[in-house]
Write a protein that binds this ligand. Structure first.
Ligand code: GMT
Length: 375
């Protein structure tokens, strides 16, 4: 099929999932057109089945806000006509589902029918989309999509609870190429990051308030009091400065490394022993899945879709949001016993296999077939 994928090209989970989906579909012989304002970060390899079309928004002084949705929907119309695209798959409701619907209407006026598949990722529903400023437009564009998917059952439930949704939502979980994370490097180069006797604990996110970065530091602070450990903080965001300050206040600044954004997540996870994700909200927790696929047990909160990914007592442990004492105790219980750590590492990898690309991408192919049958 010829499929257009619209996403945010940045380090956010929705863009990563959209990019990996496009790459996997291209490998299966589909023709994929990425349409967004910048080449997606994980789209390093262009192949004959993949094209990237940039949406440019000219900077016109009259506009206080540049009209991105308008430029995107115009680009979608042009690309659908030029490449005879059969499905528009938009990731993240805001503003992509809205732009997709406008493109569909413009094309319809020219006698061209195209279905819209909208994938809801999390914050487009639970944080941003829910705001009264956006809610009517988000509700409208979800209801006008031909097929709507959500990345977890929890997000589906949230969407139905928070919005007046008239269409059925299909749950298609996020996925991962497990093989890519299976000991990709013979030497993980732990020595670059920690002393020989230290455990390596990792957190990866966009360091926004919803990730509860202060809790990450609190948990680590308690763990390192009992067990030699170092913390690697991957990502950039507004909580970075307060977190660095907290580390200094607690006197652990030498044990915490803020390494910024990274395209080498698999390398970092290769030498990690434990992953922390104590988020306030998390529709799925792709970073937790990446950790598990690398054999890294996860200590997380039990919010949103995290319990659909991280299995209690199997791939790690889940606690109530903010219960840093329990999270620290669980972390210590895994790290202090080498047999326990080994067991959790193996189990984490096993659980991750359920979400392997090979199991999930066919679900999206079915979604496309269903969408095409609607128009
Ligand atoms: O919060 C993030 O990490 C970014 C955000 C996004 O939209 O890019 O992530 C959301 O989508 C990811 C991919 O589906 C999910 O794994 C994350 O759980 C979800 N984030 C939240 O719900 C807070």
């Amino acid at each position: 099929m010829k499929i257009a994928i619209v996403c945010y090209p940045t380090f956010g989970g929705s863009g990563v999932v959209a990019t990996e989906l496009g790459l996997a579909l291209a490998e299966k012989g589909h023709e994929i057109h990425f349409i967004t304002y910048k080449q997606p970060v994980r789209l390093e390899l262009l192949s004959k089945n993949i094209q990237f079309h940039e949406v440019s928004v000219p900077d016109y002084p009259l506009f206080h806000y540049q009209p991105y949705e308008l430029a995107l929907s115009s680009k979608l119309v042009d690309m659908v006509k030029l490449h005879r695209i059969e499905v528009l798959h938009v990731h993240y409701a805001i503003p992509h589902a809205y732009a997709g619907y406008m493109a569909k209407m413009m094309l319809q006026a020219e006698g061209i029918s195209i279905p819209i598949v909208t994938t809801l990722h999390g914050t487009d529903i639970t944080l941003v989309g829910n705001h009264p400023f956006y809610k009517p437009a988000v509700t409208f564009s979800i209801n006008k999509s031909d097929v709507v998917t959500s990345v977890s059952q929890s997000l589906k439930d949230d969407t139905n609870r928070l919005f007046d949704i008239t269409s059925e939502i299909d749950v298609v979980p996020n996925f991962i190429d497990v093989e890519k994370y299976t000991n990709p490097y013979t030497d993980c180069q732990r020595g670059l990051m920690a002393e020989e006797d230290e455990f390596i604990i990792t957190h990866i996110s966009n360091l926004r308030p919803v990730k509860r970065i202060q809790d990450v530091i609190e948990i680590f602070y308690r763990v390192q009091q009992k067990i030699p450990a170092t913390l690697i903080m991957v990502g950039e965001g507004p909580e970075k400065d307060p977190a660095e300050r907290l580390c200094r206040e607690k006197g652990i600044q030498d044990k915490v490394r803020f390494v910024g954004n990274s395209s080498e997540i698999d390398k970092i996870l290769c030498f990690s022993d434990l992953f922390l994700l104590p988020s306030e909200k998390e529709s799925f927790g792709l970073a937790a899945l990446e950790a598990m696929a690398s054999g890294v047990p996860v200590i997380s909160s039990n919010t949103g879709g995290l319990s659909e990914v991280n299995e209690q007592g199997v791939s790690g442990y889940l606690s109530d949001v903010g219960n840093v004492a329990e999270m620290a105790n669980n972390a210590i219980s895994i790290l202090k016993d080498p047999d326990e750590l080994k067991k959790f590492k193996q189990q984490a990898k096993q659980v991750a296999k359920k979400f392997d690309t090979q199991n999930i991408v066919p679900m999206y192919e079915e979604v496309y077939q269903k969408a095409v049958a609607y128009v």
